[in-house]
Design a protein around this ligand. Sequence first.
Ligand code: NAP
Length: 250
Amino acid sequence: MEGKQTFVLVTGASSGIGKAIATGLSSTYKTILGGRNQEKLLLTKEDCSAKNESIIFTQDLKELTLLEDKLSTFLLENNIEISHFVHCAGFMKMSPLKMMTVESIHNTFSTNVFSAALILKVLINRRFNNAALKSAVLISSNISGFGAKAFSVYGASKAALDGLVRSLAIELAPKVRINSVLPGAIHTEMTDSIFSDPETIQRMESAYPLGLGNPSDIFGIVEFLLSEKARWITGQQFYADGGRTVNITG
Ligand SMILES: NC(=O)c1ccc[n+]([C@@H]2O[C@H](COP(=O)([O-])OP(=O)(O)OC[C@H]3O[C@@H](n4cnc5c(N)ncnc54)[C@H](OP(=O)(O)O)[C@@H]3O)[C@@H](O)[C@H]2O)c1
């Protein structure tokens, strides 16, 4: 088991917030770039620092029955281990309750929550990962603790993710720290339809005291939480939303 190269795994590294986090972390860590789309992951790899190696792990995280086997095989075949994990992959389908489908509920919870639990299960495994995991950050959302029309299932999945963080923080201590980061609205592929309406943008801008954010605004707190500087922090939820959730201006 000795002499294995150690990596950070970032799911959702092909786009938006995950891409910004993966490229940012690549200055410090060897990175595993997770996603489904190989071409987009290669573009992320081009943006990663040349100082450290970056490799690609393509896997549809909705395929839950394959996930543990695919990830453990990937680790063993590449003779590597993962010390840090950022779960940034996410699926959001805005839908009022009357339009909700079983498929969309499954997709949302599988991608956002269940896959994170199964990945963590592999990463704490002695045989597959040499129990190398030290720290994990799961990307939740500021909807987790609040409410909005058409966000019920997505919001429930992020609240579930935060619940996972709190209990695993206790279960996996002191070896592994785990926290979540709750971004506010950021223009990415996921939110492109929301950001295509100028009136909506104007309304959102007025609700964000620090203005709307960029994917790179989430990197700093993730980097901190993964690092030893956060050695006494676990089980916590950190809002990174430009002040949106504390703004009760009428
Ligand atoms: N943007 C926001 O306003 C906002 C706010 C709060 C929280 N968040 C959260 O931030 C995270 C990143 O979102 P984003 O805005 O950066 O969205 P994005 O640009 O659409 O990126 C989503 C990422 O998730 C991956 N993904 C989606 N479904 C997947 C699946 N079934 N299997 C594997 N990978 C999958 C995508 O990879 P492929 O398409 O290549 O598979 C992509 O890399 C998500 O968890 C989201 O819920 C976003």
